[in-house]
Write a protein that binds this ligand. Structure first.
Ligand SMILES: NC(=O)c1ccc[n+]([C@@H]2O[C@H](COP(=O)([O-])OP(=O)(O)OC[C@H]3O[C@@H](n4cnc5c(N)ncnc54)[C@H](O)[C@@H]3O)[C@@H](O)[C@H]2O)c1
Length: 431
């Protein structure tokens, strides 16, 4: 690890990243959607929700597609958190229309909807046939993803997260065939996000960057890319993750203040995009494993839950990822405070200083998330104390995420993280 936190290319280090064919970023870039889409198809399905369908920006996008010679069919009944039923309804509605390109315009729910529908229109069946990893047998229709929240990074990831009424917790479809062909990331589309939505989305994005940057590092086995969708940290995802932390760290408070800081909105959206690029191959870990059961119990937004958990998971993981967390402190411009100061000539001053920096990073993440209104503990999030054991047990069942955590976990350790997160006792976990 270099002083800037960039992973060095020591012998044996390896990298893997899977990304869309095209990523277009910048204020106003949605105005190119007509030409971008026309290069992929002439008969477009646009998946969005009722709010976006009535927004002036959407009418402009629709007109832009028409002007480029693209026929447009709009499905505007996507629901937040993506209940499986709306996906089936959409497929039934458009199956006979000869759709050849699919747009997802909205938050993560609309983009995930577009990704799954594009697969079902080619391969048939229902979402449940593809739960898990590598179940989609081949390419889907090309997807153009246009996010209106700065958070999930779904516009570049190989996963869609669905709420299936037959399951207690949300479930994922993960496949490289779900990666959108093109992402058009226009920060202007996030200007209408209210404060709390901005904060939840930003907390999600920060957790993607941190969990991807500090995930397990697997040995460079040439079979890794075909055996796992999410492979752990690597040289290629580390750069995005760390740059994303820096961008989000310096923009999150201004971008979530409800004000009109356009440059903060742009930095936050770029940071969220980088989070998607990092998590899409590295994957996430314990904060996500624990959010799923907590979200099922509390019905709180995903970003609020991962944000509330993140500092505690970082504190638990610190001994296994001290160098990385010290790099996070630099990315977040943490001052060299007492935590990080070492007496001149002290024995082992290098590692003591690094450990101090790492702890400062955990505290700074907690401070930033608290500043934008993310609950500081799980009691504030609305979790009942008597459900902690159940959450620990269900969190452990998310094997893909538990295996990706850098420090080994069992239900006792999950319980320890949850206890501290419920009590708001970050110092207790930091030791
Ligand atoms: N596929 C992935 O890689 C990935 C990663 C993380 C989360 N997710 C999933 O994404 C979903 C969450 O997505 P999200 O946080 O973007 O929210 P969302 O798409 O669920 O939308 C939440 C609400 O925000 C509104 N909204 C969206 N954009 C807005 C805007 N610009 N102005 C005003 N209101 C706006 C929507 O209409 C909706 O009511 C969850 O289902 C989560 O599981 C997916």
């Amino acid at each position: 690890m270099s002083t800037t936190g960039q992973a060095t290319t020591e012998a044996g280090a390896s990298g893997l990243i899977r990304v869309p064919r095209q990523i277009i970023f910048g204020a106003g870039q949605r105005r190119g959607l007509g030409a971008v889409t026309a290069a992929l198809g002439t008969n477009a399905l646009v998946c969005t929700d009722a709010r976006m369908a009535g927004a002036p920006e959407f009418l402009e996008i629709r007109e832009n597609l028409r002007a480029a010679g693209v026929a447009v069919h709009v499905f505007s009944a996507v629901e937040a958190e993506l209940p499986a039923g709306s996906i089936a309804d959409c497929v039934d509605e458009v199956a006979a229309l000869g759709i050849d390109v699919v747009l997802g315009v909205g938050g993560g729910s609309c983009i995930d909807h577009a990704k799954v529908v594009s697969a079902l229109l080619v391969h048939g069946g229902k979402p449940g046939d593809y739960y898990g990893e590598f179940k989609i047998p081949g390419p889907s229709l090309p997807v153009v993803a246009v996010p209106t929240t700065a958070g999930t990074g779904s516009e570049v990831t190989p996963v869609a997260v669905i709420a299936d009424p037959d399951r207690e917790m949300k479930v994922g479809i993960s496949s490289p065939h779900l990666i959108p062909h093109t992402a058009v990331v226009d920060p202007e589309l996030t200007y209408t996000c209210p404060r709390s939505l901005s904060a939840h989305a930003a907390a999600d994005a920060l957790s993607h960057c941190v969990e991807a940057f500090t995930a397990i590092r697997r040995p460079p086995d040439p079979a890794l890319s075909t055996e796992r969708v999410f492979v752990g940290k690597s040289l290629l995802t580390d750069s995005y993750a760390l740059s994303g932390i820096e961008l989000i760290g310096r923009s999150i408070v201004a971008a979530c203040s409800g004000g009109d800081d356009r440059s903060a909105r742009a930095e936050l959206h770029l940071g969220a995009l980088y989070g998607g690029l990092a998590l899409g191959t590295a994957g996430t870990a314990a904060a996500h494993a624990l959010q799923y059961p907590i979200g099922a119990l509390t019905h709180t937004p995903h970003g609020a839950g991962v944000g509330a958990l993140l500092p505690y998971v970082m504190a638990y993981n610190l001994p296994a990822r001290t160098a990385e967390f010290a790099a996070v402190a630099s990315a977040l411009r943490c001052p060299l405070d007492s935590d990080a100061t070492v007496a001149p000539g002290a024995a082992d001053s290098g590692s003591a200083a690094e450990s101090g920096r790492a702890r400062a990073a955990v505290r700074r993440v907690a401070e930033l998330l608290g500043a934008v209104g993310i609950p500081r503990d799980l009691a504030e999030l609305g979790l009942s104390e008597d459900r902690l054991d159940w959450v620990a047990e269900r969190g452990m069942s998310a094997a893909r995420l538990v295996d990706n955590n850098p420090r080994p976990l069992d239900s006792g350790e999950m319980g320890r993280i949850l206890r501290a997160a419920f009590d708001g006792d970050l110092d207790g976990l930091l030791g």
